[in-house]
Design a protein around this ligand. Structure first.
Ligand SMILES: [Zn+2]
Length: 296
């Protein structure tokens, strides 16, 4: 996550110039030329509004990262442990930005404490680490449930659900599932990465397994690859969780979880899928993974 993307700078400069031009034209044509001076405060107001978030992000990045948060990352997030100094600094900045722009609330007695907050933010930071221009939608809410829940959002310790994401509404994450995911108790399941992968997918209006960031020329080959890999899941010849065969959206989310949790296994058993995800995320977690449970 950048303070501001290069494309946004261009867009804002163009909008500010348009606003100034419109005011000058209106003043000279319909009012008095002196009114053209209004273009100055108008552009200043526009700049203040446009730069509010980038400046806040810069301020956040300059503040020291809390030692307690760093301890949580070092203890539970092997992806973070394997980064060099610059990588850790960028990862910490992304965690910080995420936590400043999302609301995280505990529900049903679940604690939305630093542990839960940092581990939720870490999932977002993992996904965008190789693509600093990517953004998850801002201003959203994560509801932390104690354990599992059912389709009617009733608390159920044994599930069947541990996470859910809504197009415009909150993301629900089970605290137990969250901790298990980062600490390896969930196998390749990492509920926070899974739900945020859905959000990346939903940038294309709805979750369909084809994230909007995929280049147009890659969409066809990706659809073909997805069909072949889903067939392997159905035949029991895949390392992906069988839930990946549910539909294309779940395939994408499960594949992303596995890419980060078991990168070497995915590279060995599904080299084409691994390569496609490595290009999409601009990351190669198999090359740096130390053990079976790769990058998470
Ligand atoms: Zn899902």
């Amino acid at each position: 996550m950048r303070a501001i993307a290069g494309a946004d700078i261009f867009l804002h400069a163009a909008c500010a110039a348009l606003v100034a031009f419109a005011i000058v034209v209106l003043a000279t044509e319909a009012l008095h030329a002196a009114w053209a001076l209004l273009a100055v405060p108008a552009v200043a107001l526009y700049a203040a509004a446009a730069l509010h978030r980038p400046l806040r992000r810069r301020r956040l990045a300059r503040r020291p990262f809390p030692a307690a948060w760093r301890d949580i990352l070092s203890r539970d997030v092997s992806f973070y442990r394997r980064l060099d100094g610059e990588g850790r600094r960028r990862f910490e900045r992304d965690v910080r930005i995420f936590l400043s722009e999302w609301t995280i609330e505990g529900v049903g007695g679940a604690a939305a404490d630093d542990e839960a907050r940092v581990l939720i933010a870490a999932a977002a930071a993992v996904l965008v680490h190789g693509r600093p221009d990517w953004e998850l939608p801002r201003g959203r809410t994560v509801l932390v449930y104690p354990e599992g829940f059912d389709e009617r959002f009733r608390f159920r310790p044994s599930g069947p659900l541990i996470g859910e994401v809504h197009g415009q509404g909150p993301v629900i994450i089970s605290r137990r599932g969250l901790l298990d995911g980062w600490r390896g108790a969930g196998g390749a399941v990492n509920v926070a990465i899974h739900e945020f992968a859905h959000l990346l997918d939903m940038r294309a209006a709805r979750a369909d397994g084809v994230p909007a960031m995929l280049q147009l020329r890659s969409v066809g080959p990706w659809l073909d690859l997805m069909e072949r890999e889903m067939e392997r899941v159905r035949r029991g010849r895949s390392i992906l969780d069988p839930y990946a065969a549910e539909n294309e959206a779940e395939f994408f989310a499960v594949a992303v979880e596995t890419f980060f949790a078991r990168p070497r296994a995915m590279r060995d058993r599904h080299p084409e899928l691994y390569g496609a995800l490595a290009r999409l995320f601009n990351q190669d977690p198999a090359s740096s993974a130390g053990g079976k449970r790769g990058a998470t």
